[in-house]
Design a protein around this ligand. Structure first.
Ligand code: UD1
Length: 339
């Protein structure tokens, strides 16, 4: 298939682009580089061994998006583009709603106008909200406690409504748990814009000497070591989930399918700290700190539905995730080059 990958130069988008190409698809990237760097593209092309076409466009601009679909023919869209920092979303709700919802709306209009019916959407386990039981299952109710989370809940709803109106649509809502790790080559990986919010890039930056220590947010959770537990999954497993979902959209009669992408196994903050120290051979100084507002004790997937319907399992270990993150971070201490 010829696939439009929005946000294809971002962390998950770049890894997925490579796997789509490896699976025989042709990829066209649309990105405005607001949270990524153009130097990703050269590295992607070296790894893929083929040129990767890209368009620098703002997907919230309906006319620009319509023009892209007039210029290029697509069989499917994988939609990653979006803003994703929880704290920033609390400070800038309008930007989050307008960017994340606006890009999805103009993409959907362009898809409708051009008869493109397959869409894989980058959603998040954040849609299970603060009070969900674990393991989390796809039929749980959705909610959020910050604007970023609400944009994911709302985009899922928009996509369900569009599929109700046009049952020939084939839409996958992929709810990611905690993606970490990087490509084995160490040449592409997560390069957060500004100060990272997430545990793994912070661990990597402490290990490489860009930061002094890691704050451990909350040591009084009802878990075995008192720190919160998450379902970390390797970005390469996650990328494979997108390829599997896209394949499945060609075979299913369901207009909308929702799949958790996670391992089903939780790991605590302190367990991640020691796994990363071991993988990097570096000391990771930590400082106990209060709980981070909005954090929950436990978040992990029930991945049974994805396993049964996609034949997909996340098989890479915590050690693989730390080793691959360290390879990327130690080879690229400052992330991707500016030019
Ligand atoms: C966070 C977001 C979530 C988003 C996801 C992916 C919040 C409240 N949640 O999830 O909405 O979908 O990222 O972008 O921000 N931790 C520390 N020290 C740190 C950083 C994190 O102890 O410096 C802990 C956190 O308290 C948490 C765990 O590490 O228990 C994982 O944190 P993080 O990587 O930010 O992921 P989530 O909180 O699961």
């Amino acid at each position: 298939m010829r696939i439009l990958v929005t946000g294809g130069s971002g962390y998950i988008g770049s890894h997925t682009t490579l796997q789509l190409i490896a699976a025989g698809h042709e990829v066209v990237i649309a990105d405005n580089f607001s949270r990524s760097k153009p130097s990703v593209l050269g590295r992607l092309e070296s790894l893929a061994g083929v040129p990767v076409k890209h368009h620098v466009i703002d997907l919230t601009d309906e006319e620009e998006t319509a023009r892209l679909f007039a210029e290029e023919a697509f069989d499917a869209v994988v939609h990653f583009a979006g803003l994703k920092a929880v704290g920033e979303s609390v400070a800038m709700p309008l930007e989050y709603y307008s960017n994340n919802l606006g890009s999805t709306l103009s993409l959907l209009s362009a898809m409708r106008a051009n008869g493109v019916r397959k869409l894989v959407f980058s959603s998040s386990a954040t849609v299970y909200g603060e009070h969900a039981q674990v393991p989390m299952q796809e039929d749980f109710p959705t909610s959020a406690n910050n604007p970023y989370g609400w944009t994911k809940v709302m985009q899922e709803q928009i996509l369900r409504d569009v599929a109700t109106a046009d049952p020939t649509m084939r839409i996958a809502l992929l709810r990611y748990f905690n993606p970490v790790g990087s490509h084995q080559s160490g040449t592409i990986g997560e390069d957060p814009h500004g100060v990272p919010n997430n545990l793994m890039p912070l661990l990597a930056q402490v290990a490489v000497g860009r930061r002094e220590l890691l704050h451990v947010y909350g040591t009084d959770y009802p878990t075995s070591d008192g720190t919160a537990r998450r379902d970390y999954l390797h970005v390469e497993d996650l990328a494979a989930g997108h390829v599997a979902a896209l394949d499945r959209l060609g075979a299913t009669d369901e207009p909308v399918s929702t799949w958790n992408l996670g391992t089903g196994t939780p790991t605590s903050v302190l367990e991640m700290v020691s796994a990363f120290a071991e993988a990097s051979g570096r000391k990771i100084p930590t400082l106990d700190a209060p709980r981070r507002p909005g954090d929950i004790a436990d978040s992990y997937a029930d991945p049974a539905k994805a396993q049964a319907e996609l034949g997909w399992v996340a098989s890479r270990t915590i050690q693989d995730m730390c080793t691959d993150t360290w390879r990327w971070q130690s080879q690229n201490p400052d992330g991707f080059p500016d030019a």
